[in-house]
Design a protein around this ligand. Structure first.
Ligand SMILES: NC(=O)c1ccc[n+]([C@@H]2O[C@H](COP(=O)([O-])OP(=O)(O)OC[C@H]3O[C@@H](n4cnc5c(N)ncnc54)[C@H](OP(=O)(O)O)[C@@H]3O)[C@@H](O)[C@H]2O)c1
Length: 345
C-alpha cells in the first residue's frame, strides 16, 4: 500500500506591486492523490530561483504566460521519480523540468510535452550545477558572449558580474582575449569578481560616484556589453560605446517591476545611432538545439579549471521566496538554488 503524501505548494496569492514587495505566495499543504495509468510522481530535489520568477508573477508581456492567481508558482527544478505508472519514468529516475515551487508534481503526457528531460544515471553533475553553470545559466552566458562577438583587445562590460550568468560570461570573454569590466553591487562582490573570477576591473554600482568610476574603468570606451541589469546601468553604458559596439541584451533585472510605468527609460539611446551599434535581445530557450554542444564546452572548462563558479544552496522549500528576494537584493555570489529534498538514490 502506498502511503499518502503531503505536497507543500507555493500558490500565487495576488500580483506583486513593485519590486520591493515580498513575493505574494501562500504555502499550502495538499494531499497527493493516487496515480492514474500514464502518470508518475516526481519529487522536487533542487529548485532554481531566477530573476524571471518575479516576472512570472506579474501580468506583463513575457515569453511565457503569467502564473495565474491561485496557481502553483512556476519554477525549474531537478526531481526524482518516487512513484510511477509509466515505463518511461521509472522510480528513481532523475528529471529536469518545470517542477514548480512544490514538493511533488504529477508527470503525465502533457508534462512530457513541456521542457522536460530524463537525466542520465548517474547524474553527470550535482543538481545545483545542472540548474546553474551546466544548465540554462551557463548556456545563457555562452550565448551572450557569442552575441558580443569579441575580438582580442575589445573592452566588454558585464553587469550583475558576480551573479550566475555574469560570472560565467566574464570568464568566457576573458578566454577570447577581451578586457572585461564587471559591474556588481558592493565592494566585496567587486573584489570577488576581480580577484577570484579574473575580471580586469569591477565597478561597484552602489558607490555614489559609480558613473565616474565606470568611466575610469573604460578608458578606451566599450566595444561590447553583456547586459543583465538594464536601467541606469545600461543607460550609462550607452554613453561609453564605441563605433560598431555589440550589446547582448540578456536581462533587465532593474526593470522586472510588475508595473511597466515604473520602468527606467533610456536617455542615451541616441548613442546607438551615432555609434552605429547593434543590440540583440535573446532567450536561451530559443536555442535548445545547442544545449548539448554548449554544455559540453562548459563542462570541459570546469573539468580543467578554466571556469570557476559559485553557488548558494538555500535549504528548504519554505525558503524559496526569501532566496528570490536575495537575488533582487544582490545578496549572493553565482547561482542561488533551493534544496527541497535529499536524493534517495
Ligand atoms: N536571456 C535569457 O535567456 C536569460 C536566461 C537567464 C537569465 N537571464 C537574465 O540574466 C540576468 C542575470 O540572471 P541570473 O540568474 O544570473 O541572476 P544573478 O545575476 O545571479 O542575480 C541577479 C543580480 O542582479 C543584480 N541586481 C539586482 N537588482 C538590480 C537592479 N535593480 N539594478 C541592477 N542590478 C541589479 C544583483 O547583483 P549586484 O547587486 O551584484 O549588481 C543580483 O545579484 C537577469 O536579468 C536574468 O533575467 C536571461
Amino acid at each position: 500500500m502506498t502511503t499518502a503524501r503531503t505536497n507543500r505548494v507555493f500558490r500565487l496569492r495576488k500580483r506583486p506591486e513593485g519590486l520591493a514587495e515580498e513575493a505574494p505566495l501562500d504555502l499550502v499543504r495538499e494531499e497527493v492523490g493516487p496515480l492514474a495509468d500514464g502518470q508518475a510522481l516526481v519529487r522536487t530535489l533542487m529548485l532554481s530561483v531566477d530573476p524571471s520568477s518575479r516576472v512570472f508573477m506579474s501580468d506583463i508581456r513575457s515569453d511565457l504566460p503569467p502564473v495565474g492567481i491561485g496557481e502553483v508558482m512556476r519554477g525549474l527544478g531537478v526531481g526524482q521519480v518516487v512513484d510511477s505508472r509509466r515505463a518511461d519514468l521509472p522510480v528513481g529516475a532523475h528529471v529536469l523540468g518545470w517542477t514548480g515551487w512544490q514538493d511533488y508534481r504529477i508527470a503525465d503526457d502533457a508534462v512530457l510535452e513541456e521542457p522536460f528531460a530524463v537525466l542520465p544515471d548517474p547524474l553527470p553533475a550535482p543538481p545545483e550545477d545542472l540548474l546553474g553553470v551546466l544548465g540554462l545559466t551557463g548556456i545563457t552566458a555562452w550565448l551572450a558572449v557569442e552575441i558580443a562577438d569579441l575580438r582580442p583587445g575589445d573592452t566588454l562590460v558585464v553587469s550583475a558580474a558576480g551573479g550566475a550568468v555574469g560570472s560565467i560570461a566574464g570568464q568566457l570573454a576573458k578566454e577570447r582575449g577581451a578586457r572585461v569590466v564587471g559591474v556588481a553591487g558592493g565592494a566585496d562582490k567587486c573584489r570577488y569578481v576581480v580577484e577570484e573570477l579574473g575580471f580586469d576591473a569591477c565597478v561597484d554600482r552602489r558607490a555614489p560616484d559609480w558613473r565616474e568610476r565606470f568611466d575610469e574603468a573604460t578608458p578606451d570606451g566599450i566595444d561590447a556589453d553583456v547586459e543583465n541589469a538594464g536601467g541606469e546601468i545600461l543607460d550609462h553604458v550607452l554613453t561609453r560605446i564605441n563605433v560598431g559596439a555589440r550589446l547582448a541584451l540578456c536581462g533587465m533585472i532593474a526593470d522586472y517591476s510588475a508595473d511597466p510605468a515604473q520602468r527606467h527609460g533610456l536617455r542615451n539611446l541616441v548613442e546607438m545611432l551615432e555609434q552605429r551599434a547593434f543590440a540583440r535581445g535573446f532567450l536561451v530557450t530559443d536555442h535548445v538545439d545547442r544545449y548539448e554542444e554548449i554544455t559540453a564546452q562548459l563542462a570541459a572548462r570546469i573539468a580543467d579549471g578554466r571556469l570557476k563558479h559559485s553557488r548558494v544552496v538555500v535549504d528548504g522549500l519554505e525558503n524559496a521566496p526569501s532566496a528570490l528576494e536575495r537575488i533582487f537584493r544582490g545578496d549572493g555570489r553565482g547561482k542561488i538554488v533551493v534544496r527541497v529534498a535529499a536524493d534517495d538514490s
